[in-house]
Design a protein around this ligand. Structure first.
Ligand code: NAD
Ligand code: ZN
Ligand code: ZN
Length: 354
């Protein structure tokens, strides 16, 4: 059996780069040789034991690579094509997919909550030399020659997610928008709000580097939650509240603040992953009569989503390369997790090269 190097989850705080069987493509599948990948905040939840996956699983869900092998029935591609694959790999055939809810894909059946997220969750992932791509016809997005791996790697997850926060919020030209947290996801939501035509974008964080990057990604005003009463300040800036509040952290505190910053009839677009119980105080919600909308979104995937995002980059509308602050070899991914988890040294995203 041919082997490869891969990042394997063994248990809480225990990941190892080790030999694992190299995948082979069955019907409808493809194998890609990974040329660039990265680490997501959700991988930290996995490694810290906060999000359960099976020991023995190869983790990671942000793949850029070259097609190595194509299974029967995958048409229109050649071995050697450079491809981007979304973190979410919908089948394109189930009820959820055909109804437009690709992230909640049921793999040929009905709907399954979060079912579209398979890499590094329910099947082997991308922090390895090779990756098996299921439903390859629906998920391999060819990378235009003029785009580098570094220009597209963040589209697989964080850009798709961040943009979706703006899209699900149905931002309109001239809207005011607040984005809670300017981590990688929130920064991409800020860029998305700008693309959608918001004319006042407020970025909130408590990290000086990230507040600087927030402006670079499109924020007009940045607020440091450590020394500003955010809700009061937003009332002052907007005279009644923002049209759309995007939550990109996943805590009771930021969820509640987002709601309190909304004008009546405004939309809270939530991206954070929460744990425990989330409460809505009636005063923040006009006792249920304020015409507020609360929407949630899982990162959109599939090859058409990736094609669109690559067009955004190719047209020069956004450049996410400044978010890649560090680069590591696959064998040093343990150090990369350490740095990424500690948020030291101004780290935003780390590039991993197998
Ligand atoms: N919906 C999806 O599909 C999806 C996909 C990927 C990640 N996520 C989730 O998105 C969230 C953000 O991910 P990330 O990688 O950007 O996170 P991150 O941990 O890198 O960044 C979080 C940021 O929040 C800031 N922060 C902390 N407390 C704050 C407060 N009270 N107010 C404002 N900012 C505060 C920190 O300074 C930091 O910059 C996580 O919950 C992650 O699991 C969701
Ligand atoms: Zn992710
Ligand atoms: Zn499906």
């Amino acid at each position: 059996m041919e082997m490869m190097r891969a990042t394997v989850f063994h248990g809480k705080d225990d990941i190892r780069v080790e030999e694992a069987p190299r995948p082979r493509a069955g019907a409808g599948e493809a194998v890609i040789r990974i040329t660039l990948t990265t680490i997501c905040g959700t991988d930290l939840h996995i490694v810290r034991g906060e999000y359960p996956v099976k020991p023995g699983l190869i983790i990671g869900h942000e793949p850029v690579g070259v097609i190595e092998e194509l299974g029967a029935g995958v048409n229109g591609y050649d071995v050697g094509d450079r491809v981007l694959v979304g973190a979410i790999t919908p089948c394109g055939q189930c009820r959820a997919c055909l109804s437009g809810h690709l992230s909640q894909c049921g793999h040929g059946e009905s709907y399954e909550a979060i079912g579209g997220w398979r890499f590094g969750n329910t099947i082997n992932g991308a922090q390895a030399e090779y990756l098996l791509v299921p439903n390859a016809q629906a998920n391999l997005a060819k990378i235009p020659d003029e785009l580098s791996d570094e220009q597209v790697v963040l589209l697989a997850d964080i850009a798709s997610t961040g943009f979706s926060g703006a899209e699900s919020g149905k931002i309109r030209i001239g809207d005011s928008v607040i984005v809670f947290a300017q981590g990688p996801i929130g920064l991409c939501a800020t860029a998305g709000a700008k693309l959608m035509g918001a004319t006042l974008i407020i970025g909130v964080d408590g990290d000086d580097n990230r507040l600087v990057m927030s402006r670079r990604m499109g924020a007009d005003v940045v607020l440091d939650y450590r020394n500003v009463d955010i809700v009061a300040e937003v009332q002052k800036l907007t005279g009644g509240g923002v049209d759309v509040a995007i939550e990109a952290l996943g805590t009771q505190e930021t969820f509640e603040s987002a709601l309190r910053c909304l004008r009546p009839g405004g939309t809270l677009s939530s991206l954070g992953v929460y744990s425990g119980k989330l409460q809505i105080p009636y005063s923040a919600f006009a006792a249920g009569l304020g015409d507020h909308r609360i929407v949630t979104t899982l990162c959109p995937g599939g090859k058409e989503r990736m094609r669109r995002l690559m067009e955004v980059v190719r047209s020069g509308r956004v450049d996410f390369r400044p978010l890649i602050t560090h680069t590591f070899a696959l064998d040093k991914i343990g150090d990369a997790y350490q740095l990424f988890g500690s948020r030291a040294d101004g780290v935003l995203k780390v590039a991993i090269k197998p």
